[in-house]
Design a protein around this ligand. Structure first.
Ligand code: PEP
Ligand code: MG
Length: 596
């Protein structure tokens, strides 16, 4: 049904993949199926089970066919996502739970599958990590396909689109993204979705401008409407007048040239004007992000989060799977180094089969290295995978949530056992592989001098360090006003850790979000940090301010900040200092909270 035509209507979504484009709207019918809920007779149960299993098989066949048809090598590189979707289709829990519900509750397949999805969805929603939480979108894409097959609905064939269009859909799957013909599709926008969904990651890698999470796009836009979309800011204008169109495009041109200017810094050394060299690296969660890391000037991967390998599945990753992923990582980033963090599960992130004991204080519970030390078989499998991959490039191992010396000694003992096993089996690995501890617990910070004797490097995880040092739950919005990176306690802890590490002759990295903000990065530089690891996109802007600064001035800045007693006074001082020092880079230099 056509909706009333909108003129000059601005709608705001989430910028998923940068680029400003204009095009005609092409409305795609997706994910808007009404699910019939019917009770069935006992005699119909087996027929219903078969109908469900057939829809699963049909979905598998469709995905395989889509994959086979992708000829573009750039697209093919990403088609592993379709394999992930086929894996979801093979998921025991998804199939068995639905079949059981059909049989026990005597309901139709659509209803039964919906009930299974509800359970899975609740589990996914509880995950704090945005990236992992967004993996639930993959489950939705797959289930939407099953539903459509159950209902005998046709899948819109986007490969047949002609002309230069902007696709407007309620949701858009990675399978859809991979089928886009770049000749005919300028970009896409969707009602739902987040920045770190597979679709968003793919569109960024493929350079297709996209805006997601617009909520009302499909209800406001008619096919054929003219749209301007800004994949960076998430703005969409429906049927802009000439005037709006011109000013929008002019504004975008200025931003674009600013961004282009920033990107020039990507390839320059991260060196201050007085010759102090630091290392800017990337935080990633998928090997596919290595190319973006390199493009933005990362000198290695400072944090490879491995949790995603354990997600979206009922079983555990095998040693071979670990090995293959880490090997690709090592080879792709070579000759630079990648730091692989061992599993940081527990607390707010969990594995379905291991989170039955509902902890009262999950953030203080069986998390990260504590989980690994309890489930040593899972831990050893991962360590063997990492060690084997270390024969194929330069890798370092990073242990999360280390609380003190005893824990690191026990952890290293296990690593030693795994190494011995490999030596005995004559399997090659880097025998000198460096081992590091995340510093994110106050007890680790105050014993940094002792810990430094046991590891080759530290990596400060400020996301958790702030939570534990200030006793502020990082996911509780009621106390978020107390989550202050510039709290005098946090600055003192970081400076102390750096000093103790340097006295012991080891290097210190930072891999928490703090590193990605230019203003914070300068303070960290002044405190003597050696390596900064952050999301790839932030690297050029951080590099730019580092290159424009002198280490000596940041050291003096830190001296001044240490005289101030409260976080708000430090923020205020910092704001004035930055405005004076970088008047032209104001917007880029400030973290949101101190821009005001
Ligand atoms: C941190 O705590 O700062 C960190 C980098 O780890 P995560 O955010 O994965 O807990
Ligand atoms: Mg952490």
């Amino acid at each position: 049904m056509a909706v009333q035509q909108q003129i000059n209507k601005f709608i705001q979504g989430i910028g998923a993949s940068p680029g400003v484009i204009t095009g005609k709207a092409y409305l795609l019918e997706r994910f808007k199926v009404r699910l019939p809920q019917k009770r069935i007779d006992p005699g119909q149960v087996e027929e219903e089970v078969n109908r469900f299993l057939n829809a699963i098989q049909e979905s598998r066949n469709q995905l395989t066919e889509i994959k086979e048809k992708i000829l573009d090598p750039q697209m093919r590189k990403h088609s592993f996502i379709l394999d992930v979707h086929v894996l979801i289709l093979n998921d025991e829990m998804l199939i068995q739970d639905t079949v059981d519900t059909i049989r026990k509750k005597e309901v139709n397949a659509e209803w039964a599958l919906d009930l299974t999805l509800e359970k899975l969805d609740t589990a996914f929603k509880a995950i704090e990590d945005e990236y992992l939480r967004e993996r639930r979108s993959d489950l939705h894409y797959v289930s939407a396909r099953i539903f459509r097959n159950l209902l005998g609905k046709k899948h819109d064939d986007i490969t047949k689109i002609k002309g230069k269009v902007v696709i407007v859909a309620h949701d858009f799957s990675p399978a859809d993204t991979l089928q886009i013909d770049l000749e005919h599709v300028a970009g896409f926008i969707t009602d739902i979705g987040g920045k770190v969904s597979h679709t968003a990651i793919l569109s960024r890698s493929l350079g297709i401008p996209a805006v997601v999470g617009l909520e009302v796009a499909t209800s406001l836009i008619n096919g054929g409407d003219i749209l301007i979309i800004d994949g960076e800011t998430g703005e969409v204008v429906i049927n802009p007048t000439e005037e709006v169109s011109q000013s929008f495009i002019e504004r975008k041109r200025r931003i674009k040239s600013f961004k282009r200017e920033i990107l020039k810094y990507a390839s320059l050394p991260a060196e201050t004007r007085d010759g102090v060299r630091v290392r800017l690296q990337a935080n990633i969660e998928m090997v596919e992000e290595v190319s973006s890391a390199k493009m933005h000037g990362a000198e290695g991967i400072g944090l490879y989060r491995t949790e995603i390998l354990y997600l979206n599945r009922k079983d555990l990753p095998t040693e071979e799977e670990h090995f293959q992923v880490y090997r690709r990582l090592a080879e792709n980033i070579s000759p630079a180094t990648a730091t692989i963090r061992t599993l940081d599960i527990g607390g707010d992130k969990f594995l379905p089969d291991y989170s039955k004991n509902n902890e009262m204080n999950p953030a203080l519970g069986l998390r990260a290295i504590r989980f690994s030390m309890k489930e040593t078989d899972i831990f050893k499998t991962q360590l063997r995978g990492i060690l084997r991959a270390s024969a194929h490039g330069k890798l370092r191992i990073l242990f999360p949530m280390i609380s003190g010396v005893e824990e690191i000694l026990q952890t290293k003992a296990i690593l030693g056992e795994v190494k011995k096993g490999l030596i005995k089996a004559k399997i090659p690995f880097d025998q000198e592989i460096e081992v590091g501890a995340m510093i994110e617990i106050p007890s680790a910070s105050v014993t940094a001098d002792l810990l430094a004797r046991e590891v080759d490097f530290f990596s400060i995880g400020t996301n958790d360090l702030i939570q534990y040092a200030l006793a502020v739950d990082r996911i509780n919005e009621h106390v978020s006003y107390l989550y202050e990176p510039l709290h005098p306690a946090i600055l003192r802890i970081i400076r102390m850790v750096v000093q103790l590490a340097h006295q012991a002759g080891i290097s210190v990295a930072i891999c928490g979000e703090m590193a990605a903000e230019p203003a914070y990065a300068l303070i960290l530089l002044g405190m003597g940090l050696d390596e900064f690891s952050m999301n790839p996109i932030s690297i050029p802007k951080v590099k730019k301010v580092l290159r424009k600064s002198r280490f000596e001035e940041t050291r003096l800045l830190v001296e001044q900040l240490f005289q101030l007693p409260t976080a708000s006074e430090i923020e205020c001082f910092m704001r004035k200092w930055m405005v004076k020092r970088f008047p032209d880079d104001f917007i880029e230099c400030y973290p949101e909270e101190i821009k005001a």
